[in-house]
Design a protein around this ligand. Structure first.
Ligand code: FAD
Ligand code: SF4
Length: 523
């Protein structure tokens, strides 16, 4: 409890959420002894979905380091660990008790990135008897109020159009009003498969050694239900200094080949799980790093590299952050809360059990799931074209897909998880994010990976008992939704290729798909 002295000292309580760990926010520029910061491990945040244990540990560990950092700057912080915060009924109760006990007159919070928290804080503000103020999080390139100028609600908005506007507005890789090098997009030069000699050169990932033993004990003591591989030493960056170190490592070791191998997948080699990806998403999403500084560092490395890093590599990276990351956030905010209820393909099947233990004979899924459960990480193409593609083809209920993605990945926060999962990967939004479904059979997976070579299923077969399930499920999905997709100019020709196949062949493929759907848990 606060002392009598504390009771008169603080006029303002400022809340810092677990994904708002930006020590460079203007809040922390000057020290004011009348301001008390509140940082709390919250049971509602461990429990709103079942989480990978490393994700919970990473957030709690980063919060502890953040508290240490801002206390070091001279700020006063009330830091509640789970054992203490669990005594309160809910978030509003906790805020009220803390505000009352310190007799503060003002409660301030940074605009949360999730709709759920925005509602909760809005409700708290409406009912509070003290002044409640919201301010910006100062993180994204676009301010929340601007999102509607870029993205229209309830319709498809092209990412490419959005991205070009962002490049121009923020002067990223521009030559006057034209894109540097004359092209906006270098995708055609990127996206190679890894050759055997490339496997030798995959850089060793930079991993940190953060002790989370005490957090694990706390989670167990409080009976938090989690899944995934627990590790006392967490390798994800939990301080701004570690985030910056990882950024420097990425620019030096991974950026030179980032775009080239952006879509590649491999089960080989120790470092096949991390490849040339930055693994900066956690540091970005909890705001240890800002998108602007990450983009600037990549562009500066490209400029300083004297031709060692091609424009295609750095453009591919800038596109992910100034393009996709800002775009999905805008789609989320202009469409919430309706977005969370969309299920345009009326998918309703249950997620198979192997999503929780990785035990399946489908080698691609075995690897993508196994790696996700081990490291709380899979790269974009594994999320989109292996796990996501499988859920799409099998017609998994979007709520269940969302909950799995939101729980498993170290970087998963609803504003970014949902448009990627429900939108881009499951097409449940009916095409507000993607112009066509990201559906594919084994041809694509075999082209971009070495998974099929070591699989119990035959990637060339569609209907035999050892035929790759992705092949028949792909056709079943396309036929199931023929009415919706046939007129789409980007995929209409697929139906013409289907119609040219012999009748028995088509029937056999669809029969195999039915078998797979009926035995989904056994594949
Ligand atoms: P890199 O490959 O190194 O890319 C650099 C950065 O670009 C990332 O750190 C990320 O900040 C940004 N980025 C790249 N693609 C996207 C994208 N599509 N949307 C938003 N940002 C992007 N990303 C999350 O941050 N949280 C999620 O919960 C999440 N869920 C996803 C679910 C599905 C089904 C899919 C297909 C993608 C999801 N993504 C999510 C996007 C992307 O897969 C991850 O951002 C990326 O894999 C993180 O690893 P990285 O930092 O090594 O990325
Ligand atoms: Fe995956 Fe099919 Fe290839 Fe096996 S054969 S790895 S199930 S795509």
């Amino acid at each position: 409890m606060p002392s009598a002295n504390d009771l008169t000292r603080h006029h303002t309580l400022r809340l810092v959420l677990g994904d708002q760990l930006n020590p460079r926010h203007t809040w922390f520029e000057t020290v004011d002894s009348g301001i008390l910061y509140l940082v709390a491990e919250l049971r509602q945040e461990t429990d709103y979905v079942r989480h990978h244990v490393q994700k919970v540990c990473a957030f709690f560990a980063a919060m502890a380091e953040f508290v240490r950092e801002i206390r070091g700057l001279g700020h006063e912080v009330k830091y509640l660990k789970l054992d203490e915060s669990s005594k309160y009924k809910d978030l509003a109760d906790l805020f009220k008790v803390v505000c009352d006990s310190y007799a503060v007159e003002i409660f301030e919070y940074q605009a949360p990135d999730e709709y759920r928290l925005q509602q909760q804080l809005g409700n708290f503000g409406a009912a509070a008897s003290i002044e409640v103020r919201e301010c910006g999080s100062e993180h994204f390139l676009l301010r929340r109020e601007e999102l509607g100028d870029y993205i229209e609600p309830a319709r498809h908005n092209r990412m490419e159009t959005f991205y070009r506007k962002m490049r121009g507005r923020f002067d990223l890789l521009m030559d006057g009003d034209q894109p540097l090098g004359g092209k906006w997009n270098y995708d055609a030069e990127n996206r190679h498969r890894l050759q055997p000699q490339d496997l030798e050169r995959i850089p060793e990932p930079l991993l940190f050694d953060n002790d989370v033993g005490a957090i694990l004990e706390r989670l167990d003591r409080q009976g938090v239900d989690y899944f995934g591989k627990a590790a006392e030493s967490l390798f994800w960056p939990i301080t701004r200094a570690q985030g910056l170190e990882l950024l420097a490592h990425f620019c030096a070791a991974c950026l030179p080949h980032f775009g080239r191998f952006q879509d590649a997948m491999t089960s080989g080699r120790e470092h096949g799980w991390s490849l040339y990806h930055s693994r900066l998403s956690f540091a970005l999403n909890c705001k240890l790093l800002s998108p602007a500084e990450v983009i600037d560092a990549a562009i500066e490395s490209y400029r300083d590299a004297g031709g060692e890093i091609s424009l295609a590599q750095v453009e591919g990276f800038v596109r992910q952050i100034a393009g996709w990351r800002e775009y999905v956030r805008a789609v989320y905010w202009v469409n919430m809360p309706d977005y969370a209820a969309r299920n345009q393909l009326q998918a309703g099947r249950d997620l198979p059990g192997y999503f929780w233990d990785g035990r399946t004979r489908m080698n691609c899924l075995h690897h993508a799931l196994g790696q996700s459960l081990e490291h709380a990480y899979a790269h974009h193409i594994q999320r989109l074209m292996i796990t996501g593609n499988f859920c799409l083809l099998a017609g998994i209920e979007p709520e269940q897909a969302d909950a799995w993605y939101l729980g498993v990945y170290i970087d998963a926060i609803e504003w970014v998880e949902m448009p990627n999962t429900r939108g881009m990967s499951q097409f449940a939004d009916g095409g507000w994010v993607a112009t066509k479904p990201y559906s594919a059979g084994a041809n694509y997976i075999n082209k971009m990976s070495d998974y099929c070579r070591h699989c119990a299923y035959d990637y060339r077969q569609k209907s035999s008992s050892d035929a790759c399930p992705f092949n028949s499920l792909y056709w079943d999905f396309m036929i199931r939704h023929r009415g919706r997709f046939e007129a789409n100019p980007r995929i209409g020709m697929i139906y013409r290729s289907w119609d040219r196949q012999a009748g028995e062949q088509r029937e056999a493929a669809l029969a195999r798909a039915q078998w797979c759907l009926q035995h989904l848990d056994e594949l």
